[in-house]
Design a protein around this ligand. Structure first.
Ligand code: FES
Length: 251
């Protein structure tokens, strides 16, 4: 039997003055993910390890953390890719720590919510009781498709140098999702979103480091979304005004 040396950053803000590292020796099995190793340590060696997870299949976005210094999903990272000698897990940067590896997403989701990550339309009655579907052409879907894959794991937010220095900056996830809705032919909320973003702490604060796109586990390119959205902010014009969204399909 072989073993993994797992080093977990421990920190409880209510009790500890500063973070410390604790080692656990975990039996290795083929196919083991970093999350599996952490859960073994928590279940059999130390119940007090704080970690957040749910789906264990890179879908829910709960298990983001730094693994050997690099932000990644723990459930999507194989121990075999890293070697069993020493794996160090730490909470993501740019998020307050709740306990150990679990971070607080409240601010992250507040920023996401402020940019209205949903379809905004004038015809609320039709939207709530639709009589038919709102169809999209393949090329219209293509423009937003990659951005719909965001699982809100926060990895892009954790590596963004602008988020690290300006707490009012919405962050790559929120802005890329704003682009996803502004570009959606069914949406009519573009002008409102552009107004929110056109300020000194808004879309202009991104200096295109590109680290957000490099770490996304779902292949989303938030840096691209930010650049594409800037075109509309520059022109002071969203692609559609209120009442100009695509109409429900009729035969
Ligand atoms: Fe859901 Fe890792 S547990 S993404």
């Amino acid at each position: 039997m072989s073993y993994v040396k797992l080093v977990v950053q421990r920190y409880d803000p209510e009790r500890d003055e500063k973070p410390r590292f604790q080692e656990y020796i975990v039996p290795y099995r083929k196919g083991m993910t970093v999350l599996d190793a952490i859960l073994y340590a928590r279940d059999y060696l130390d119940h007090s390890i704080g970690v957040r997870f749910s789906c264990r299949m890179a879908s829910c976005g709960s298990c983001g953390m730094k693994i050997n210094g690099k932000p990644a999903l723990a459930c999507y990272t194989q121990v075999s890719e890293l070697g069993t000698e020493r794996i160090v897990v730490q909470p993501m940067d740019n998020f307050p720590v709740i306990k150990d590896l679990a971070t607080d997403f409240e601010e992250f989701f507040e920023k996401h919510k402020e940019l209205m990550p949903y379809l905004v339309r004038e015809d609320r009655a039709e939207q709530e009781n639709p009589k038919s579907e709102y169809l999209m052409k393949p090329e219209e879907l293509e423009r937003i498709l990659q951005f719909t894959y965001c699982i809100k794991c926060g990895l892009c937010y954790s590596v963004c140098p602008t988020v690290g220095t300006d707490k009012l900056f919405p962050g790559p996830q929120a802005i890329a999702q704003a682009y996803r809705y502004v570009e959606d032919v069914r949406d009519e909320g573009g002008e409102t979103r552009l107004n929110i973003l056109d300020n000194p702490h808004g879309i202009w604060r991104c200096h295109f480091a590109g680290s957000c796109s490099a770490v996304c586990p779902k292949g989303v390119d938030p840096a691209l979304g930010i650049q594409l959205l800037r075109r509309y902010v520059m022109r002071g014009k969203a692609p559609r005004k209120k009442g100009e969204g695509s109409k429900p399909f009729t035969k």
